[in-house]
Design a protein around this ligand. Structure first.
Ligand SMILES: NC(=O)c1ccc[n+]([C@@H]2O[C@H](COP(=O)([O-])OP(=O)(O)OC[C@H]3O[C@@H](n4cnc5c(N)ncnc54)[C@H](O)[C@@H]3O)[C@@H](O)[C@H]2O)c1
Length: 312
């Protein structure tokens, strides 16, 4: 199959591109390298340094004629979306609609869209949270992921464009970058390797921090592979189905790193979802997918990768 991966120079998109290539698919990557890196791009992929909002994107469709578009490119920061909702909408909604128009024009057979289970479930009163839960969205990022899912439905009904939505939990693994305050795993990992203390943000009534659902990037890749020919016109939670307190995650990472360093306790962060755990029964049943890498094993793989990168 010919597959166009947007955001294929980023953390998750690059692993997905690698996996498609290893399964014998022909992959092209579009990425503006705003947060991704050229070193992540598989040498067997054709790379286009381009913003998804560029008019030149049509040329890529003309050359590549993809069967499937896998859309990972996005403005990914929740705080950035709160600060600048217009920019988030420009990339994550307007850019996406342009991409959908090209999919229709160039008769793409299917689009796989990456959404966010964590952001869409907000502080759900039902834990674990399934796909039918009516989301309580508390950020422009979540609103725009939700809106994009609605556009997919519109394009499917109106233009017959098939889709699958994968709603990720908190993905972690090699190539993830510690950015600002986002991404507990890469931030803690970097601090542990460099011998620095870490910070724990916690609500007064949840002293061990918030609860999150962590899924290893390799397992996420398998979901992207299965979605090539399963799960048409449906949304799927892709997570572990289990929650962990951030403090417990930190201690597990200390064990993996073989080090103990102080965890400084800070107050809450505005807008931080307290609990997010995804119900993954639908993906199990309909995609035949389930996570295979337990958290300790996934953290060990990630730690070894980070050590190697640090030594380079
Ligand atoms: N990391 C997670 O835990 C998580 C959870 C839920 C959903 N997601 C979604 O997964 C996708 C990938 O996230 P990631 O964690 O790999 O982040 P990432 O920042 O590593 O990857 C995003 C990629 O998109 C590229 N990009 C951004 N804006 C672009 C634009 N306008 N045009 C072209 N390329 C652009 C970036 O350069 C980067 O390579 C995103 O859609 C994100 O919303 C991630």
């Amino acid at each position: 199959m010919k597959i166009l991966v947007t955001g294929g120079a980023g953390f998750i998109g690059s692993h997905v591109a690698d996996r498609y290539i290893s399964e014998g698919h022909r992959v092209a990557v579009v990425d503006n390298l705003s947060s991704g890196s050229l070193s992540n791009v598989n040498p067997k992929a054709r790379f286009y340094l381009m913003d998804i909002r560029s008019n030149d994107l049509e040329k890529v469709f003309e050359i590549e004629r993809p069967d499937v578009v896998n859309h990972h490119a996005a403005q990914i920061s929740i705080p950035a979306s709160v600060e600048d909702p217009l920019l988030d909408a420009d990339i994550n909604v307007m850019g996406f609609i342009r991409l959908l128009n090209l999919c229709v024009e160039y008769r793409v057979k299917k689009i796989i869209f990456i959404s966010s289970g964590g952001a869409l479930c907000g502080d759900a009163d039902k834990i674990p949270t399934d796909e039918d839960y009516e989301p309580l969205m508390i950020s422009p990022y979540a609103i725009n992921k939700y809106l994009s899912e609605k556009y997919l439905h519109f394009y499917q009904v109106t233009h017959g464009l098939k889709y699958t939505v994968l709603r990720y939990a908190n993905v972690y693994g090699p190539r993830q970058i510690a950015k600002g305050e986002c991404g507990a795993v890469p931030i803690f990992m970097e601090n542990l390797i460099k011998g620095r203390p870490s910070r724990l943000f916690a609500y007064g009534d949840m002293p061990k921090g918030t609860i999150r659902d962590y899924v290893f990037v390799g397992d996420v890749c398998r979901a992207n592979l299965l979605a090539l020919d399963r799960g048409d016109n449906r949304s799927y939670n892709i997570g572990s189905g289990e929650g962990i307190y951030i403090e417990d995650l930190y201690h597990l990472m200390e064990e993996v790193a073989g080090k103990r360093l102080p965890l400084e306790r800070c107050g809450e962060r505005i807008g931080d979802v307290r609990r997010s755990v995804l119900d993954i029964s639908r993906a199990r049943k309909e995609l035949g997918w389930e996570p295979e890498t337990d958290l300790r094993r996934g953290l060990e793989i990630t730690f070894q990768y980070c050590l190697k990168r640090e030594a380079e």
